[in-house]
Design a protein around this ligand. Sequence first.
Ligand code: NAD
Ligand code: UDP
Length: 321
Amino acid sequence: MKSRDRKRVLITGGAGFLGSHLCEALLGHGSEVLCLDNYFTGNKANIAHLMDDPYFETIRHDVTFPLYVEVDEIYNLACPASPIHYQHDPVQTTKTSVHGAINMLGLSKRIGAPILQASTSEVYGDPSVHPQQETYWGNVNPVGLRACYDEGKRCAETLFFDYHRQHGLPIKVLRIFNTYGPRMHPNDGRVVSNFIVQALKNEPITVFGDGSQSRSFCFVSDMINVMVQFMESAPEFIGPMNAGNPTEFTISELANTIIDLTGSTSRIERQPLPSDDPKQRCPDISLAREHLSWEPKVPLREGLQHTVDYFDALLSHGTKI
Ligand code: NAD
Ligand code: UDP
């Protein structure tokens, strides 16, 4: 295939956890991939195996600044995603979501390229409706510690919909629920990576609160499939659309499953619940089922095993975690 026969796809945040899997998947589908990242939480090691591919290109850039490139599609993933990382520099987090959305929407407007926003279940805040449907408007504390992320992502959604209404931009807004898998940042404080690393090191498993809060965990391959399917779906289907695994687990159940899978001697250590920590979170994925015939395929134990193998390899190669 000649290079110009290939779709040129820009992935912002392409060196991150989800972004690197998306780069890989789209190269596999025969696209040319431009991976943009400022490496705040992303890592070159995540994309090192793609560097020799002639259809893969990287650009070090911060999405809070304008970008002029020519592409056929844009996936906007740039934004720190774990509470530790997004609360490290909260002003920059909001700027990344809001200025980043304005810049990428401006790019999309200039070149006419469809643009998909990686939004989040955090737009629902600490939900009073369960499971969460896209029609639920959310329960977000606008001045809390999570607000830089939650409100930034909510404002980005507003911008996407206003650019669509005002300028006819071809948008897709995807609300991603907790996703896990290989290439998660080992120190980002997210529950799956924390528990696996603690279990592999036989260190105490830090359960915040009484462990009865619930999350639903989606394996990364399922999430990448729905992202690509959504981008390829009918232009009038713009979302917002939930994506995640609707099977719900408590944090205590997750801890016990990981201890069981790793054969760890770790004990459970209770620590205080962080502020504004949502009590329950579970997606209603009827919309994705109906429009894309999509649903997650990888059960929790199987996905956790792949993730355990990844962190085990990192630790046995002497990576400092
Ligand atoms: P990640 O931190 O691994 O990836 C984010 C990437 O964005 C990193 O490579 C980082 O360096 C880059 N980045 C951050 N700020 C940037 C900036 N200003 N300019 C350019 N690049 C920048 O996180 P992830 O889990 O891969 O998340 C990817 C996207 O999906 C994020 O937008 C996140 O909000 C969203 N999301 C993820 C989850 C999840 O469970 N993983 C859930 C909901 C939403
Ligand atoms: N959590 C925990 N121990 C940890 C890290 C997280 O008990 O070491 C809890 C956290 O309080 C939350 C859940 O696990 O209730 C999921 O946390 P995470 O940061 O992974 O994602 P989010 O809160 O954004 O869903």
